[in-house]
Write a protein of this length. Structure first.
Length: 210
């Protein structure tokens, strides 16, 4: 075999070995890249699932609190509806006027409604605060009527010749303020905002390829 042929065979062999080695490297490199891409995708999926579970847990907590407040508000609204109606009847009587017995009858109905609401709401501190404010209003109205009663019995305000001149308005005004406060306190029991919406995977949970 001539020297030239030997050189050609050697070069060809080296080229073949290099080709085989290069092909093996390319295959391994491609496999490594694909494995890395799969790892990235899997990590993204796990991150997305973890975020969704966290959002779901937050929703459950928020929904439970919202439901609790909504139920408490609705129950208090039902329990105090008669009390507010009775309060309106008394304030209407104050505006329109009437006999002492008319005032006393309306105020008795108010006190009775408050007592009933208290029994119905014994387990709700917030609702009891609403009722307590109504009870304070009832007390102010009662003080106004006591001024009238004391005058009728001749015990006080003997120089006054007309019921319209008795200093009852201050007590009635304070009572009306307390009724307004009770309305506000009841409204404050409503859960804030809209009812929490259960999260769905949606666009923020979509997994894309690398």
């Amino acid at each position: 075999m001539s020297r030239t042929k030997k050189i050609i065979l050697v070069v060809t062999g080296l080229a073949l070995v290099a080709g085989i080695g290069g092909g093996g490297y390319a295959i391994k490199h491609n496999a490594d890249v694909q494995a890395a891409e799969r790892a990235v995708r899997q990590a993204r999926i796990e991150r997305i699932n973890r975020q969704y579970r966290d959002d779901l847990a937050s929703w459950k907590s928020d929904k439970a609190e919202w439901d609790r407040k909504d139920a408490a508000y609705n129950e208090c609204q039902m329990a105090t509806s008669s009390s507010f109606e009775a309060a309106d009847a008394v304030t209407g009587r104050i505006s329109s006027g009437g006999k002492y017995d008319d005032y006393r009858s309306d105020l008795t109905d108010f006190a009775t409604a408050i007592s009933s609401a208290t029994r119905q709401s014994a387990d709700s501190f917030d609702c009891l605060m609403v009722i307590s404010t109504l009870e304070t209003a009832s007390g102010k109205m009662n003080k106004g009527l006591n001024i009238w009663l004391s005058w009728m019995q001749g015990d006080s305000y003997q120089s006054v010749t007309s019921v319209d001149d008795l200093p009852m308005d201050t007590q009635f005004t304070k009572a009306q303020d307390k009724i307004t406060d009770a309305h506000t306190a009841l409204s404050d029991m409503k859960p804030g905002g809209t009812e929490p919406v259960k999260p769905t995977r949606g666009h923020r949970y979509v997994t894309t390829t690398v």
